[in-house]
Design a binder for this molecule. Structure first.
Ligand code: 13P
Length: 249
């Protein structure tokens, strides 16, 4: 049985005042039937982790470097995230692939380091609109999976987030059939590469315009084990009903 996961990606949003949203989540979900993860900007990780210590809310980073330390101005290592109190890290988000030129091999190296450091890697994959319209979605996802996921992946250290780029921040959501097709494909690929035991234990999240109003329908799709939520994770009043929908799924 895979435990469901509701993950929030705050992206480059939030200053100290936003910690109140994490406090509100902790209060609203003292013993949730799903895991809850909030990935605030790096500047808030340590404070968020202190606040969430002993609660059901886990804290994660949004990126890490592939090396443990060194001359990499502006970067943060997996070890530093762990030291700050993070348990997870999002890797290979399409915004990092686009803004920072991250390739599959970069994501794979980061994921290896994250896993070696004891972090759970939430690796993102997803096609562009042009790729979907050219009927290349599964090829793209398959390539990203084999390129970005390291051989040391297990059900404990890996989560995959399927985030179609055209659904991120647009209010446009794939049909449940489209989500089901990609999640089923990812599951089959993981089982083929890692064996049925590991392949079936990795959690698969859907991400892209998940809102309180559409969450239950998305969570009813087979092989959807939760969501990676952007905009609607910034306010507890929006994220909380999404968590509740996942608990009820
Ligand atoms: P939105 O939920 O704002 O569409 O963002 C999705 C996302 O990119 C989460 O990583």
């Amino acid at each position: 049985m895979r435990r469901k996961l509701a993950a929030g990606n705050w992206k480059m949003n939030g200053t100290a005042a936003a910690l109140a949203e994490i406090e509100a989540l902790i209060a609203a979900h003292p013993a949730p039937a799903a895991d809850i993860l909030v990935c605030p900007p790096a500047t808030l990780i340590h404070r968020a982790a202190k606040l969430a210590g002993g609660s059901a809310v886990a804290i994660g980073g949004q990126d890490c470097h592939a090396e443990a330390s060194g001359a990499h101005t502006g970067d943060i290592s997996a070890e530093m995230l762990r030291d700050a109190g993070a348990s997870h890290v999002i890797l290979g988000h399409s915004e990092r692939r686009a803004d920072h030129g991250e390739r599959d091999e970069d994501v794979r190296a980061k994921a290896r380091r994250a896993m070696e450091s004891g972090l759970i890697a939430v690796i993102c994959v997803g096609e562009s609109l042009a790729e979907r319209e050219a009927a290349n979605t599964l090829d793209i996802i398959g390539g990203q999976l084999s390129g970005s996921v390291p051989d040391m992946a297990t059900g404990e250290n890996l989560v995959i987030a399927y985030e179609p780029i055209w659904a991120i921040g647009t209010g446009r959501v794939p049909t449940t059939d489209q989500i089901g097709e990609v999640h089923g494909f990812i599951r089959a690929r993981l089982e083929r590469r890692f064996g049925a035991g590991v392949g079936r234990s990795v959690r698969l999240l859907y991400g892209g315009s998940v809102k309180p109003g559409n969450a239950a329908g998305i969570f009813a799709v087979p092989d959807v084990d939760g969501a990676l939520v952007g905009g609607a994770s910034l306010k507890a009043e929006d994220f909380s009903p999404i968590i509740a929908a996942l608990e009820a799924a």
